[in-house]
Ligand binder design. Structure first.
Ligand code: CAA
Length: 384
């Protein structure tokens, strides 16, 4: 692995950090408590060019590399993981999939406004619809069906836990088209939220990333034009897996940011709080916790950079992204739990932020493939 963090990368990191401190920190506790979607923050992200960071400028993107995306995700996630998950889904699950596999027409019509995050001065973002009530980790077991009707498909079924579900204008929907072909009988479709037959269910009341917008989505006899299928017939499962390989780098970077945010807050608190006549920072029990946090976070960061670098180099990054995600998300869960411990009673109340970071960390072990799924991906590659 040979990569350098360039001056341009540092500029991206600074822009993301300034955005996190100036635009996300004010109101983050209140948005979490009331599950209020961070619409102003997402609009600002769109202005910064962070909603389509890796998309070709020809299609409204910023044309940046994956390392830039990881740096931005880390900085924003230190402060507000509800903002960063919205950004991550739009960047790596929606825009990347369309940019890589979409037709010129699909890109002009959908990718350009999605990468800009805006259309006609309104927010315009996307969502990725793979999970179902009975198909989470077992993603090939799709019950949503798209029946081939000649010039269109007829879509019926239900999707669950959809990030950006209520706010998105465009859905990338994975559905079964031929049960007899297993994972090769699955297709991916571009579906507009306002088409007849699309229903958005109630917002989920979640443990963490509470300000993010998570809904079930139902389809009843939705007519999807043939030209809205992504890729060749039967490519949908590969599309989903390839897209998730990159998505997992984004979530790994989110977990890295959550862990780093908890660590930075623990350092500051240990320097200021006194117990038994000296600062917490002067107690070895706390020093060792801080040392372990710093070490695990650095290891997670290097795994994230490695996966991003491999992606930028055009190498196979499926295993690296799974390693980055499983390690970073477990680091986030461990670090945030320890951060609450370092803060003691103050850690258990909202003002010190670490209890929220601990709740937010949990989802990084679940979405875009649970830790168990990442271990399946890693061990299958190792044993092949
Ligand atoms: N990259 C590329 N291809 C992959 C792949 C990967 N990571 N994982 C599997 N595939 C391919 C296989 O090579 C195989 O291809 P062939 O047919 O050419 O051989 C095909 O996909 C089927 O794979 P398997 O036979 O291994 O299928 P399986 O049913 O045994 O299990 C799995 C596959 C890895 C468990 C997969 O189902 C999986 O990743 N599940 C987790 C799904 C997931 O991540 N969901 C997240 C939902 S999205 C979300 O959370 C978004 C959000 O809102 C935040």
């Amino acid at each position: 692995m040979q990569f350098v963090i360039t001056e341009e990368h540092e500029m991206i990191r600074k822009a993301a950090r300034d955005f996190a401190i100036n635009d996300c920190l004010p109101g983050v506790i209140e948005r979490d408590e009331h599950q209020r979607f961070p619409i102003e923050q997402i609009r600002r992200l769109a202005e910064l060019g962070f909603m389509g960071m890796m998309v070709d400028p020809q299609y409204g993107g910023s044309g940046l590399d994956s390392i830039s995306y990881v740096l931005a995700m880390e900085e924003i996630s230190k402060v507000d993981a509800s903002v960063s998950v919205c950004m991550s889904v739009n960047n790596s699950l929606v825009c990347w999939g369309l940019d890589t596999y979409g037709t010129v027409e699909q890109k002009s019509k959908y990718l350009t406004p999605l990468a800009q995050g805006m259309k006609d001065n309104e927010l315009y973002i996307g969502a990725f619809l793979l999970s179902e009530p009975e198909a989470g980790s077992d993603a090939t077991s799709q019950h949503t069906v798209a029946e081939d009707k000649g010039d269109h498909y007829l879509l019926n079924g239900a999707k669950n836990w959809i990030t950006n579900g209520g706010t998105a204008s465009v859905y990338l929907v994975i559905a079964q088209t031929d049960h007899s072909k297993g994972s090769r009988g699955i297709n991916a479709f571009i579906v507009e939220k306002n088409w007849p037959g699309v229903t958005v269910g109630p917002k989920e009341n979640k443990m963490g990333i509470r300000a993010s917008d998570t809904h079930p989505i139902m389809f009843q006899d939705v007519k999807v034009p043939k030209e809205n299928r992504i890729g060749e017939d039967g490519f949908g499962f590969k599309f989903a897996m390839n897209t998730l390989n990159g998505g997992r780098i984004g979530i790994a970077a989110q977990a890295l940011g959550i862990a780093s945010g908890a660590y930075e807050r623990s350092l500051a608190y240990a320097r200021e709080r006194k117990a038994f006549g000296k600062r917490l920072a002067d107690h070895q029990a706390i020093q060792f916790k801080l040392a372990d946090m710093a070490t695990r976070i650095e290891a997670a960061r290097l795994l994230c950079y490695k996966a991003a670098w491999e992606k930028d180099m055009g190498q196979d990054y499926a295993t690296s992204s799974a390693m980055a995600k499983v390690f970073a998300s477990e680091t986030a869960m461990w670090t945030t739990t320890e951060a609450v411990q370092v803060h003691g009673g103050y850690g258990y109340v909202k003002e010190y932020h670490v209890e929220r970071l601990m709740r937010d960390a949990k989802i990084t072990q679940i979405y875009e493939g649970t830790s168990e799924v990442q271990r399946m991906v890693i061990s299958r590659a190792a044993l092949k």
